[in-house]
Ligand binder design. Structure first.
Ligand SMILES: [Zn+2]
Length: 292
């Protein structure tokens, strides 16, 4: 329970209320539900309708194509889909389905804002950009990351509830940001988990396919591992001391995939876990049960 309370501090009251009243944090049904018959005529969905959150659902019967806002939504043969909301997502968006016969069905979604941890610092942002020498090394790394995240493997992990890759102290939250004399730095793109030591094993949070397993450390990410969970959803794990899987390998939720370390740019051993759906950066904390 203390974990839920701690988590709730970062959440708006309405969201917390729903999570608390069902006892199913982050997976309560926010759709307005309805009878099974109603479900066939309209969108049904549940999830974390909040910045950095996600939704899983089913398109109406007879849907030919569907969209979330302006993005085309993929759905499987039974109409199931996954979608998510960027850290800076607008407060409203719409699910829209084109039905056989030409009619359309819409479901407006309200995306709750987050109170991100913004730290104002009276120090100038470090001047200048990266050196040309650094960029020469960096460009192919960024290309490899982009290519890996764009791969479609048909993985099915997007259907699952995620598990913690490792239990430990949260030493860095998703979305937190420093502002240097009015000039915002980039926000923290993942969640940091530390066990206080190097070498702790970590596991896959959901089923997937390894789309990138660094064979030598990347300049910032160190030994980087990226797992595709399907439907445009993927996880990245940074700074590992060791990776236990190879590119192309299918992994199961809970399977050992590597060991925590501090390779790349890290001040101490920790696992940086980030999640993306297409271009949207998501909060891993909204995918797992509250920390205990
Ligand atoms: Zn981090």
């Amino acid at each position: 329970m203390s974990g839920l309370v701690r988590l709730s501090l970062a959440m708006p009251a309405a969201f917390t209320l729903i999570a608390a009243s069902t006892g199913l944090a982050l997976s309560s049904d926010l759709s307005g539900g309805g009878s099974p018959d109603a479900a066939k005529a309209s969108f049904t969905y549940s999830g974390a309708l909040i910045q950095g959150g996600w939704v899983r659902g089913e398109v109406p019967a007879g849907t030919v194509s569907a969209k979330l806002g302006t993005q085309v939504l993929e759905f499987d043969q039974s109409g199931k889909f996954f979608a998510a909301f960027d850290r800076d997502a607008e407060s409203q968006t719409t699910l829209r389905a084109e039905l056989a016969g030409g009619s359309t069905t819409e479901a407006p979604l309200k995306i709750a804002p987050r109170a991100w941890n913004i730290e104002h610092i009276n120090v100038a942002r470090r001047p200048g950009g990266a050196s040309e020498a650094f960029m020469e090394r960096r460009r192919p790394e960024l290309a490899a990351i982009g290519a890996a995240r764009a791969r479609e493997t048909g993985a099915q992990g997007w259907r699952q509830d995620f598990v913690w890759p490792v239990k430990g102290r949260l030493s860095g939250r998703f979305g937190s940001q420093r502002v240097y004399r009015g000039e915002p730095g980039s926000y923290h793109s993942g969640m940091d988990i530390t066990t206080g030591t190097s070498g702790s094993p970590f596991v896959a949070p959901a089923d997937g396919v390894v789309v990138l397993a660094a064979t030598s450390p990347f300049s910032l990410e160190g030994n980087l591992l990226i797992i595709d969970h399907g439907q445009g959803l993927n996880s990245a794990f940074l700074h590992a001391s060791k990776l236990a899987v190879k590119e192309g390998e299918a992994v199961k939720r809970g399977q050992y995939i590597g060991n925590i370390g501090m390779t790349g740019r890290a001040t101490g051993p920790h696992l940086h876990w980030s999640i993306k759906w297409r271009d949207a950066r998501l909060d891993p904390l909204l995918f797992v049960s509250p920390p205990t």
